[in-house]
Design a protein around this ligand. Sequence first.
Ligand code: ZN
Ligand code: ZN
Length: 570
Amino acid sequence: MTVKSETISNKEIARAFKLAAALLELHDDNPFKARSLQNAAFKVERLTTPLSEMQEEEIARLDGIGKGIQGKIKEYLDHSSFEELDILLEKTPPGVVQMLAIKGIGPKKVKVLWNELGLESPGELLYACNENRLVELKGFGTKTQDLIIKSIEYSRSNEGKFLYANIEIIAQQLEKDFKQSGLISEISFTGALRRRCEILEELEFVLSIPDLKSFLKFLEDHPLIDDGSVKSAGNRIESMVAGKLPLHIYRADDNNFYSTLFLTTAGEDHLQILKEKYALTDIGSAKSEEEIYTSLKLPFIEPELREGIFEFELAAKGAMPVLLELKDLKGILHNHSTYSDGEHSLEVMAKYCKELGYEYLGICDHSKSAFYANGLQPERIIMQHAEIEKLNASLAPFKIFKGIESDILIDGSLDYPPDILKTFDFIVASVHSSLRMDKEKATKRLITAIENPFTTILGHPTGRLLLAREGYPIDHKKVIDACAANGVILELNANPYRLDIDWRHIQYAISKNVMLSINPDAHRKEGYHDMYYGVCTARKGALTKNMTFNALSRDEVSEFFLKRSALRNK
Ligand SMILES: [Zn+2]
Ligand SMILES: [Zn+2]
């Protein structure tokens, strides 16, 4: 569970500056002002302390942030906007502002589309593209037009979709309130939410409700539920949360609660297979889901696995694997500190990790190519290692492993020469730049990095950002085969926006004996809690404790790293 700060983040302020700069350009306003806002956004993004926690004098002392920008920062911190931005937004149709967010076109092109074709929303723009109207426009062409179509369609296909992490928080709040209402006798999440799918389109509950009328009244009055949205028909209650998230409640009674839960949890394919191959028919008054599976001569299948993809193959082997749990994890690898783009110092990161009861921490700041993230130049690596040794002496037996998140360069090589690479205990190799590659190039780039004897873990293998950016296409089997051949661990990046590698590939990795590491990629200490989402998604792939690298103890991990470097030095 990510801890959300109540205050305004630097990212948000930077975003506002960027928007204002784009709007100035759109309106052909002072180009110098636009540039100064852009520079400010760049600087603010790179600050390691939240502006909201800084004194005015401290902000005034910041390098390269002038009086004008300081004033805007203060305005933004006070009321989440600044006057200049408000004025610009006022004279721009909201649909045109949305067009500025389309990938592949900047403010200059949006201006042409608006002024010359009269397009005022992404919808109108898509229509114009489909009519081929952009091709003849100066500065455009078929390529740009295709890019725009792709970009709009991608964001369209994501409408009405939500990240698991954002929905679970709402679901837990509702669950708590439903229980406290005293109007229900049984309750459970169901559907894709209970299966812990990474992307959700609705909130689903099964409730046993003795007094429907009172419950409907309670629901109508609930602050999270939209006014007038509650509808009840048969055993279904439907309503809406915050104007966009549908809430479905399946009403059961104490007799059919478990059969309803079972039927609404199952993914379509899971249910289909049960009907066709296991003769699922009447389960009316089962007392538990275990009873239902037993009656079908199947072992109990965990809700996360009920997708109809591989759970029946696992069941055919007899006992189901015991799925990974958060409490199985003994350490936290792949994290950032203020040495690169993290928010908290190495010491704070280490102490918090220890405080949470973990045995070890792997610190992996960015490597030197990542200039945008303050990547480490060699002299700062030496400083960091000295600090790690000092902390290790005082925090023992807790241990910080010296790691680095090394950029995988365009040709697949790592970002430092061997002399430097060998000073680390372990190396997470990740792609952060030149993300536009075809499948063949991307696969080759990753395999070259995997074959590098210094690579320990392959970081966020596809670079995807859920609902925002498709990952680069890779041949998962080839990449996993290369990990197997080179003893490289596969990261399951636990950030709820990434959850990369996708859980659908975990079984193949296990079949090749490739271990996975649940890494939060924390950029602040609270980021450690994202490991929970990594575990949720790992469970969907039926990952077990013994195939999870960071379920190993401190000594086992230590030994693993030592063995790998010995192998390399042979
Ligand atoms: Zn990364
Ligand atoms: Zn990282």
